[in-house]
Design a protein around this ligand. Sequence first.
Ligand code: AMP
Length: 371
Amino acid sequence: MRIGILGGGQLGRMLALAGYPLGLHFRFLDPAPDAPAGQVGELVVGAYDDPEALGSLVESVDLVTYEFENVPAGAVEWLTGRVPAYPPPRALETAQDRLSEKRLFEACGIPVPAYAPVSSEDELEHALASIGLPALLKTRRLGYDGKGQARIMDGSMASAAWRQLGGVPCLLERLVPFDREVSVLAARSRDGSTTVYPIVENEHREGILFCSRAPARNERRHLQEMAEAYARRVLDALDYVGMLAIEFFVVDDQLLANEMAPRVHNSGHWTIEGAETSQFEQHLRAILGLPLGEVNLRGYTGMVNLLGSLPPLEALLRVPGAHVHIYGKAPRPRRKLGHVTVLAASAEERERRLAQLFEVIERAGEPAPRA
Ligand code: AMP
């Protein structure tokens, strides 16, 4: 089987690395000639909406998937007319627009932070009056890793926030005083069978994921059950096929959905070593209509992103239980260059190993939060 992947970043690269033992082949499309997936598979260099590049991607592949969700709708339409594509385009379109995403959550009975769509400075004034302060203005489209967002702490900041985001259609959200952030990773196969991984606790730094712990600290059975129920509702509503991630805020022991990703997700990288089946293999199993794998844990894992610069490999490998993944990308401030997962036999051992890892990262010049 040959699989075409839109996007040639680290997610595509890890999909291929998970697929080779299953005898699969991969071809990627990415506008960047140095896309990291090109080091492990055939890379077609071209724009996502260039018919020639798309044609060259689908030529001789059996199905197509995405590791990047901001693929232009026209490109997806073009593709689905020629070759099976999973997850379904509707999931992609929904995730591309924060307003459609919120409406889908609401239609599934999933609570979300108070929000209002905003398409002019006047509407922003009205929205602020109804939502209250502090609030967060987010562009409806193309926001990621904290980009396309502006905090509004008092009314005098509204106009500047509107201008900072370029006057494009936005969503105003109440800034939620969350206790912590968690995500749920779920897979649905072509026959409708689903699996849900244990919830993950996520720490962000400047809007970028820095550290994930699975299972979450102080696991709460009811949060897991709620997250599972919500994930299944979204999967069924979209007649979904593949891996899906939903990010939540935990507020007063309740979950408020923030956003979803119709693909493998950074908060699921720990599954490579920490779960019976990795999210990458699970995604491939789902889109190929193969039996889904077990999702039970192999221990306590902590995953830390290597952002901006790489500490010496030797220092990383000295941390007990460390599994290092370097993506083959050129260093750039805040860029995700790799990740390290520590696997431990207990929650306490995980914290000790994470503390050692944070120290290595700090020594290399990247400030890290305390364990
Ligand atoms: P997003 O791009 O929506 O994932 O936002 C990136 C990060 O900003 C989140 O992981 C949170 O840490 C923070 N954030 C986003 N929306 C809110 C909100 N409504 N209230 C509080 N923090 C938020």
